[in-house]
Design a protein around this ligand. Structure first.
Ligand code: ATP
Length: 354
């Protein structure tokens, strides 16, 4: 089922939590709502769920206005950060719950419920835990059971609010991949709230970046990472080097150093910030040409196949962060204090207010 939200405003007293938010969720997509704490992600999810009413604007499900449709009639399934399993019920009864509380005329028979619950437990690969109680499960297992329970009522939409937020890093990583695979099998329109950009990049078909109740950018993980629409998105998604610069006719000057900024060919003189990703910098041992920044190695660490290098330089007080494949190590002297020459291979400049 597709979902459209149109011109949603939501205030809590004087505070604007959502400011004229409009977006589409196409059928079958897995969309991440990403942004820092307090940016309005949960509020938007709750409005889509019908747990909260907008002050203005509409929510449409499959082209029909659902703004005032009761949460129970919306055919949505939820999974929250803090597992909402019933502690006094077994895993089986938790998953069966949504089916057993249906009105009598819509309630499946006992045998059908049993089959359906076992199917769902197999889907989340926890069939063997049917008789356990929530206290006897790991955090990751509980979240998978919570998902099975949400799916039991065959929702048309799945809403997940930081579902892995309370789990440790390794379990989170495993569950992200697992959720992605599950979604590929089921193709239920799913909206996933997270403040973790890595999680959004890994799981989502599309990412909606929110900041202070407004949409900063909507795009695929690649688009959002490689072509951030604003300084906020640049900062928020992935590590980045930032330099104060001045734009003058298509060039951004960082101190004496210049990088191209062709989109500002007509700008005479303006303050700006230039962003350079750590993997968009090449290093070389010798000063071959003039477009090189002279730097000194300050620190080197390795993360798997990647070398992370921090460099001192005269352009600003901040270290330059560089990421290289480990295979480059042998071409360079990376002892502390050694001189190396850096060249940005891609940069992005945004004008700022003076
Ligand atoms: P987090 O990642 O911390 O959960 P979020 O992006 O999901 O943040 P929301 O929970 O949507 O943020 O909240 C957005 C803003 O609205 C916050 O500043 C929050 O304090 C405020 N807010 C949310 N619910 C209420 C409420 N019921 N009453 C008053 N203010 C609220």
């Amino acid at each position: 089922m597709s979902i459209e939200v149109k011109n949603i405003n939501k205030r809590f007293g004087q505070f604007t939590a959502l400011d004229n938010v409009s977006l589409d969720f196409p059928t079958g997509e897995l969309v991440a709502l990403l942004g820092p704490s307090g940016c309005g992600k949960t509020t938007l999810l709750r409005i889509i769920a019908g747990l909260e009413q907008p002050d203005d604007g509409n929510v449409e499900f499959h082209g029909e206005d659902a703004t005032h449709v009761h949460v129970r009639q919306r055919q949505v399934g939820f999974v929250f950060q803090h597992y909402a399993l019933f502690r006094h019920m077994t895993v089986f009864d938790n998953v069966a719950f949504g089916l057993t509380v249906r009105p009598k005329d819509k309630r499946p028979g006992k045998a059908e419920i049993r089959n359906r619950v076992h199917e769902l437990l197999k889907l989340v690969q926890l069939d063997w835990l049917a008789d356990r109680y929530p206290d006897q499960l790991s955090g990751g297992q509980r979240q998978r059971i919570a998902l099975a329970r949400a799916l039991a009522v065959e929702p048309k939409v799945l809403l997940l609010d930081e579902p892995f937020g309370a789990l440790d890093a390794k379990v989170r990583k495993d569950l992200r991949r697992w959720l992605r695979r599950l979604h590929d099998d089921l193709h239920i329109t799913s909206i996933f709230v997270t403040h973790d950009q890595e999680e959004a990049m890994e799981v989502a078909d599309r990412i909606v970046v929110l900041n202070k109740g407004r949409i900063e950018q909507i795009g695929s993980p690649d688009e959002v990472y490689n072509n951030p629409a604003s300084p906020f998105v640049y900062d928020f998604i992935g590590q980045v080097n930032q330099f104060h610069s001045r734009v003058q006719r298509g060039q951004a000057k960082i101190g004496d150093y210049s990088v191209p900024a062709p989109e500002f060919a007509d700008v005479d003189d303006s303050a700006a910030i230039t962003y350079i990703r750590p993997h968009d910098i090449e290093l070389q041992a010798l000063p071959g040409s003039s477009d090189l920044i002279e730097t000194y190695v300050d620190n080197v660490s390795t993360a798997g196949a990647v070398l992370r290098i921090e460099l001192k330089h005269s352009l600003s007080d901040n270290l330059i962060h560089v990421e290289l494949p480990r295979s480059q190590e042998r071409h360079l002297d990376l002892t502390r204090g050694a001189k190396v020459y850096a060249r940005p291979t891609a940069t992005k400049t945004f004008l700022t207010a003076e």
